[in-house]
Write a protein that binds this ligand. Structure first.
Ligand code: AMP
Length: 421
């Protein structure tokens, strides 16, 4: 146990963590261009927050929440997703009083007690955005565009945007009844989970991945057929906006997503190449009504969340190398204790100029230090022994050519700055 991490969690080691930083930076950059501001929220909330929003029949609430009682006997839950906490914070901090829309983003760990497999973990990281206060279909298009833009800048290929309209308080109840009537005829063909969903939330049957259920769903009344005029108009406008900026999409009438709170727009960006079930890189939709459910005024909302681990897996599968800087530019090789100190001072001075510099701390031989410099793939190695110290110089070796120059210690920082330009 002492040396085994909990099931469904990951250690991201150096080599991998730079990729995380790169992607996080890219997300921040795109958000800045789109006018989305970061919100940093607690990693646990009152359990009630999730019960109210995510939905009683969702997998999250039914079986995946990491819930606990704290020492004050309060019911708490490690956040399984970011939207509910954002809605809570939006109300608590009265962000509704600001000029609308409120455009937010977050990133960080989420927790779901799920069956771990490739691309599905118990602790995973999401980058997500949420927009409050705008009901116009154009903002739905902006949210989808922001997701696609991140994937585009990463150079990912073979992705598709799947999109659907899932109904609203006006048209969903009737559709649910139609679905129940339809599915009852095929009850024996449905999987156990869907048979259980039939009376409680038949909409969820539409996105079941079991072959038998998929077959039955082919004849089910779709959300698009059941959409009221307002939902249809909104959906068509959204598609027009996506067309206008050249974002291709596929309408997927079975896409209803696992969370109960979506109304109207639901979408996912999926990878076509991977045959596995875990092919959704991100998913989201509109959640008008949730702010009201938390006790606020009627306020529309829309957002999505992207799985960072899945994104990294996909980058790997597609052989995409991120431009993360891996190697120091300079290695300082001191020989002897006096040189060690001088080397330390020089190392600090070079770093102060923004030059990524490494030095030996183990008192290695010159040969071993040169090997280390090779391994680091530095451009220059600076050798300082007793005789160099006496003369007030260092030997600068250009690693690519093997050429060496003597440089006065007082000039060394300037010299290397010049060479590295
Ligand atoms: P959701 O919050 O369920 O809408 O999921 C949004 C995205 O988060 C998915 O498309 C995945 O990329 C990612 N995701 C959801 N659940 C997991 C999980 N258990 N492990 C890893 N990534 C996940």
């Amino acid at each position: 146990m002492l040396t085994t991490r909990p099931t469904g969690t990951n250690d991201f080691l150096p080599g991998e963590s730079e990729k995380w930083q790169y992607i996080e930076q890219l997300c921040r950059q795109v958000c800045a261009e789109y006018g989305y501001k970061e919100i940093r929220l607690p990693i646990f909330e009152h359990t009630e927050v999730y019960l109210r929003s995510v939905g009683e029949t969702s997998d999250i609430v039914e079986k995946e929440m990491y819930s606990f009682e704290d020492k004050g006997f309060r019911h708490m839950t490690l956040r399984p997703e970011g939207t509910a906490g954002t809605v809570r914070a939006f109300l608590e901090n009265k962000l509704y009083a600001d000029p609308q829309p409120t455009k937010l983003y977050y990133m960080g760990p989420m927790f779901r007690y799920d069956k771990p497999q490739a691309g599905r973990y118990r602790q995973f990281n999401q980058f997500g955005i949420e927009v409050f206060g705008a009901d116009h279909a154009g903002i739905d298009a902006e949210v989808i565009t922001l997701a696609v833009e991140i994937f585009r800048r990463l150079g990912l290929t073979g992705l598709s945007v799947k999109i659907n309209t899932v109904g609203c308080a006006d048209c969903r109840p009737k559709h649910m009844e139609e679905l129940k009537t339809y599915f009852r005829q095929y009850e024996d063909k449905l999987c156990d989970t869907c048979r259980d969903r039939l009376e409680r939330n038949p909409l969820r049957i539409l996105d079941c991945k079991e072959d038998g259920c998929k077959e039955v769903c082919k004849g089910a009344p779709t959300t698009i057929e059941a959409a009221c005029d307002n939902c249809s108009t909104h959906f068509n406008k959204l598609l027009e906006y996506l067309d206008a900026v050249g974002i291709s999409y596929e309408i997927d009438t079975n896409l209803v997503r696992g969370l109960d709170y979506y109304v109207r727009t639901a979408f996912e960006v999926v990878i076509n190449s991977v045959g596995s079930a875990q092919n959704a890189l991100c998913g989201g939709g509109r959640y008008n009504g949730m702010v009201e459910q938390f006790g606020g005024d009627d306020m529309p909302g829309i957002g999505y969340a992207m799985g960072m681990e899945r994104l990294l897996l996909t980058l790997k599968e597609q052989g995409i190398e991120l431009p993360v800087s891996k190697h120091p530019e300079v290695y300082i090789a001191p020989l002897g204790e006096a040189a060690q100190k001088e080397a330390f001072v020089l190392t600090q001075a070079l770093r102060g100029k923004g030059i990524y510099t490494e030095k030996d701390y183990l008192g290695k031989s010159l040969k071993a230090q040169m090997k280390a410099a090779d391994r680091f793939q530095v451009a220059y190695t600076v050798i300082i022994g007793d005789s160099e110290l006496e003369k007030g110089i260092a030997v600068v070796r250009e690693m690519a050519t093997g050429e060496q120059h003597e440089v006065a210690l007082s000039q060394l920082v300037e010299d290397l700055e010049g060479r590295l330009k």
